[in-house]
Every structure is written in structure tokens, then in C-alpha cells.
Design a protein around this ligand. Sequence first.
Ligand code: HAM
Length: 433
Amino acid sequence: MANYTVARGTRDILGLEKKKESVVCEIIQAIASTYGYNMIETPIFESTDLFCRSVGESSDIVNKEMYTFLDKGERSITLRPEGTAGAIRLFVNNKLYNNPDLPVKMMYLGPVFRYERPQSGRYRQFKQFGFECVGLKNPYVDVELILMVKNILESLGFENLIIKLNTLGDSASRTNYVNALKDYFKPYLEGENALCPDCKRRYEQNPLRILDCKYDAEHEAIKNAPKINDYLNQESKDYFLEVLSLLKKMNVSYEVDTSLVRGLDYYNDVVFEIYQEGKNFGALGAGGRYDGLVKDIGGPLLPATGFAFGIERLVLAMEQDNLFDDLHEFDLDVLVMPLSTKCNETALKTTEFLRKNGFICEMDFMNKSLKSQFKTVERKNAPIALIIGEDEIANNTFIVKDTKKMEQVTVKEEELLDTIGDILGGMMYENND
Ligand code: HAM
């Protein structure tokens, strides 16, 4: 028999881990909603051109990491390597630019695919929770996005966050800088001290990307390369300074990192990445401004900014910091225990009644012995066992057992909800005490 396992760089996610992801995503969505973001969904695969055009021909993603194939109609299709390109295509195709109240704020959650070398926190299929804010260029918009991301991370329980910021300048500044980098790196294309072959390609396509080379990170040429600061025009400098000053006023700590250039080509002006001290798997999330993309994808000239979290990295970091201690695989409130097959119908009705009143209930379908039903209670960590025997049915009563205190009471049908509510309420009180 063949032994099937998941493909390299992919994972099954189940049980408590899936629950952790769901909780994280629910919190992210709830907080982003308070900032006016609305959920969108785009296809998992799109035309390859979309990503080449947006993420950029010079990026590692487009060059080496895309899952690209011809479909049966000979079209070149790519599994999305990130969410921004699809979100902006959606924005353009659906003419969201006609919205009189810009910016339009969109958020999305879904799998993305990159053929990378798998390691801790780096997979070939992973999930991004992303945000795109389209329509305005204004330091307040950049700052609001950073505040939201910080707010989300703090609500998840994160401490020791490091927000790294840089500016890539507007397109005029970038052109100046790129020309300066071309002159500077020229002597390092050949000879003993040459940069790696990838950097030679980057030199032709986009020399900015040389600064981000993982292979040559310690190369003296990269360490001593000109800094963007010296090539920014006044407008770009002022914009960045205003963002920094607003962040200070909002008590956000940050580090300006002039080597931060981002791995995708569409960015300009303010870019940022968020790390946590002591974690070795790169950024928890990253993003920045991209004022040319809407137009590049066929829409009007509209500025935008955005950000995406890597969900697996958030979960990993939270596990390492024990931020999921209160989460259990099962969240059962009540296990309903019919003592014989004659009690099954009442048990089924009662279980449905309790669910309709908001309690998480399961019924034992197998009429197991009381002892083995209590083993299930233990395994599922249910605080209440509801025992239904033939005597109880005859008397229209139930036995409600508080499995933590090991106390039980017999109650009438009309007292059932209150009794269960009181036991659960008492437990919540004790847990919060
Ligand atoms: P990115 O920096 O390529 O940006 O990815 C965003 C986040 O996805 C990273 O910070 C990281 O948490 C996670 N991530 C990236 N690669 C992997 C991987 N192989 N395994 C696990 N997690 C990973 C973008 O994708 C931009 N679209 C973000 C953006 C949105 N910019 C503007 N709007």
C-alpha cells in the first residue's frame, strides 16, 4: 500500500491547533472591523500575469517561488503567492474606486503558496490575514494601519513587539536611489568580490532587491551601500517624518531600519514589518504603501497601503509565549447521559433544548455504562453531567452533576436551565477570581 503523507512544506492542521488559528483569526477580524475593514474573498488561483505585474519580475517570489502551471485551456495560472494583487484586482474589476467615501478598506484570510525552503515558521502553503486600504495618501492613513496592527497583536497577548519602519520614497526618490545603487554595485558584478548570481539578475531588474539578499547579507558591498535617506526628495522626507511624529504622539515605539526594502516590488514610501523579540522565524507580519499598483492593474491612479499577518507564525509565537493556556480542544458544557435505550428520546430532546438555549452539549449515543460515560466527561472536560434515567423520566426530573465539585442535585424540568446556568456562572466567577 502506498503511504501518503502531506507534500513538503505543507501541514495538516487539526484539533487544538485549528482551534488556536480560529481564535486568532476571530480576534483579528473583530478588531479590524472596528477600523471599518470589510471581508472580501478572491480566488486562490489567478492569471500568472497578475502576480508578475504586481509582485514584480525581480522579486524572489515571482522568480523562484510561484506555483505556476498551464490549465487545460493552456492558460498560465498561478496559486496566489500573496493576497494584495488579488485584492486590488477585485477592487478594480468591481469598480470600488467609484465609492464616494474613500478609502475603501478590505480584509481577507486565506491560503497562499510559495515554493520556499521549509523551516520553523516557513511553509509552502500558509495563511495570510491581510488588509488593504485603498484611495488615500495621508500620514494619518499609514498611522491608523500601524495602530490597528499593534492593537491586534496586543489583544492577542503579544509583548516585546518591534515595529521596524522605513521609507522607500516616492517614485522620483526611488529612481534617484536606484540609479545611485546601480553606480555603486557595478564594480561588484564580476571578480573575486562579486555578488551572487541572483544579485546580478537583481542588478538588471531592480537593484533595491540586492539590499535584501539573504545569501550576501554580510557582503561588505551590501553593508556599506548608499542609504535611501540620502536620495529622498523633500516631499518623501516630510511624509515619513510626519508618520514618525504621529506615531510618537500615539505612543507607538518603533525602530527606523534603513535596510528594510521588502521582498515585493510594488511598495513606495512607508513600509513596515513587525517582529517579536527572541523569535527566530522572521516577521509576524509586514506591509506598506503601494501607490502605483491600482493603476498598474488597470484602475485609476489611486494610492493604497496594506499589511498581512502570517497566521501560522502568530500561532507559533503565541504557543511559545503560552498565550493559549485557557484553550481546550473540547468546549463541552454538558454531557447528556441517558441510562438506558428507553431514555434516549428524552435525552435527544433535552440536548436540543439546551443547545437552543446556548449551551454546548453532546449526548452519549451508545448507552455506555455510567462509569464509562464519566470517563468521557473527564476526557472532554465537561463541567456538567446530565443524567437521565427511567425514574427521572417518570418524575419529569433530571440529575444535574457538577463534575468539578462532585455534587449533584435532582431538578424539575423548569429549573434545568437555571441550575446549569448557575453552575457554569459560578465556575466563570471562580476562574476570574
Ligand atoms: P510578505 O512580507 O511577503 O508580504 O508576507 C506577509 C507575512 O506572511 C510575513 O510577514 C509572514 O508573517 C508571512 N509569511 C511569508 N512567507 C511565509 C512562509 N513561507 N511561511 C509562513 N508565513 C509566511 C505580503 O505578502 C504583502 N502582500 C503584505 C501586504 C499587504 N502589503 C501590503 N498589503
